[in-house]
Design a protein around this ligand. Structure first.
Ligand code: 5CA
Length: 442
């Protein structure tokens, strides 16, 4: 992409309305713009990041055996009345009346709808277990939307729903999602710590939040230090094996959000030097609630003994849009964002230090073409901005590698490569630059 033809409205000054660094940087780097309170337009570069996050989340869901569907954003109130949540959800739910005076709502979550959908699609216990997920916009009329897309009113969520014949099988499905979350967040360049959590309006008695430690986070957590650093199960993990031992350690009092925190047990069972009390960002939340929805919505099957039993379920959420902000909170410096390779909007930022100069233009066009042909996604700053402005903009938007070409270097057959994360620079020939960057990304 040539910057001269792109839509990247960056901002030099810090926007006053942004209280935390990720919100500031997302606005400044031209990723998002507020449309109304808690509701955002994703500009091209923000949208690319969002899509990359979504793709990693999707990939790990599928790997763990979940099957993708797409449910609508607007739902009928009927099922919510059956489950009892139409009243319970209160003002957070955006209620809509259609032209026929039917009560509708913009879905804040999908337990009811998926339970009903699943009910109409299965015959017997032989159709179990199943896990269905979708990645869809949600609306919650948050009383205090803030921090940009971190606590929005409209936000993108991945939500998965498991269906099992017995509570024991249901626990296994929960464990699978638990472990797949560890992998998902690792691929996003994040260290997300599972914490025993409250279930709130979703319900059930088993739940974990996945927390990124950050001072700007809205959650308060208590944890044993040893649980901050852990090995994430790799590619070879067999999701059908018993995953209980992997997840067993993340329970209260060793890892809990403040609602689940037990001060007495924490003090008794965790050595003072091992106690961590910190703030964090909730990027995922999983629940096992058994038959809370299957009972009122009549999702039952015949088991092998011929008895009609209610299906055991859990739900598993990832804040896809919130993750864009969480990644920036975890990875930035004074100059701007530092994208992990896996979600960066482009791989390389190519800077032409003398646009309009024929030799430099030709050399840059050649680098651009060769990198693109090799499958490297390049943002080419071919504008006639000053060099200083180009450097700051490139640092601000945070692409992992910068490739800098100017007339003086080119006269010696030299260009510069800069690594955004470390700041290290290297002078190489244009051909070596192409090869090096190709190896980084392809
Ligand atoms: N149905 C369940 C699981 S699928 C559910 O809705 N869980 S939740 O309420 O915890 O939301 C799941 C995830 O969505 C949260 O962990 C958080 O990362 C994200 N999320 C929740 N509310 C917001 C919000 N207002 N803005 C941005 N992300 C949000």
């Amino acid at each position: 992409m040539r910057l001269s033809k792109y839509f990247l409205p960056t901002i030099k000054e810090n926007p006053k309305e942004a209280e935390i660094v990720s919100h500031r940087l997302m606005l400044r780097a031209g990723m998002i713009r507020q449309a109304s309170a808690g509701i955002y337009t994703w500009l091209p570069m923000g949208f690319k990041v969002l899509k990359k996050i979504e793709e990693i989340v999707r990939d790990e869901q599928v790997r763990a055996g979940a099957i993708e569907v797409l449910m609508p954003t607007i739902q009928s109130a009927d099922l919510w009345k059956q489950s009892g949540r139409y009243e319970d959800y209160g003002k957070e739910m955006l209620r809509i009346t259609d032209r026929h005076d039917r009560e509708m709502l913009y879905g804040p979550t999908n337990e009811e709808l998926i339970t009903d959908t699943f009910k109409n699609g299965i015959q017997s216990y032989r159709d179990l277990p199943r896990n269905l997920f979708h990645i869809q916009w949600k609306f919650r009329d948050e009383i205090r939307p803030r921090f940009g897309i971190m606590r929005g009113r409209e936000f993108l969520m991945k939500d998965a729903y498991s269906f099992d014949l017995t509570a024991e099988e249901g626990r296994k499905s929960y464990n699978k999602m638990f472990v797949s979350y560890l992998r998902t967040f690792e691929r996003l360049g994040l260290k997300a710590i599972p914490m025993a959590a409250d279930t709130g309006p979703i319900g059930g008695d088993l739940s974990h939040e996945f927390i990124i430690l950050a001072d700007t986070g809205e959650s308060e957590v208590y944890c044993h230090r040893d649980l901050v650093d852990f090995d994430v199960p790799d590619e070879t993990l067999d999701y059908d094996s018993d995953l209980t031992p992997i997840i067993a350690k993340w329970t209260a009092p060793y890892a809990a959000t403040d609602e689940q925190h037990d001060p007495d047990r924490f003090a008794r069972e965790v050595d003072e030097k091992d106690r961590l009390h910190a703030r964090g960002i909730e990027v995922g939340h999983i629940f096992f609630f058994g038959s809370k929805y299957s009972k009122p919505l009549n999702l039952t099957v015949q088991d092998s003994g011929g008895n009609q039993v209610a299906i055991e379920s859990g739900s598993y959420g990832v804040g896809v849009s919130r993750l864009a902000g969480a990644i920036i909170e975890a990875s930035h410096d004074d100059n701007g964002i530092i994208w992990p390779k896996s979600v960066s909007p482009f791989d390389v930022g190519l800077m032409n230090l003398k646009a309009g100069d024929e030799t430099t233009d030709t050399a840059c066009a050649d680098l651009y073409q060769k990198l693109q042909a090799a499958g490297v996604d390049v943002l080419y700053d071919d504008t006639d901005d000053r060099a200083g402005a180009k450097f700051s903009k490139m640092d601000l938007i945070g692409l992992p590698w910068q490739l800098i070409a100017g007339p003086r270097g080119l006269a010696e057959n030299e260009v510069e490569i800069k690594c955004r994360a470390t700041g290290e620079r290297e002078t190489v020939s244009p051909d070596d630059a192409v090869n090096k960057l190709k190896n980084e990304f392809c």
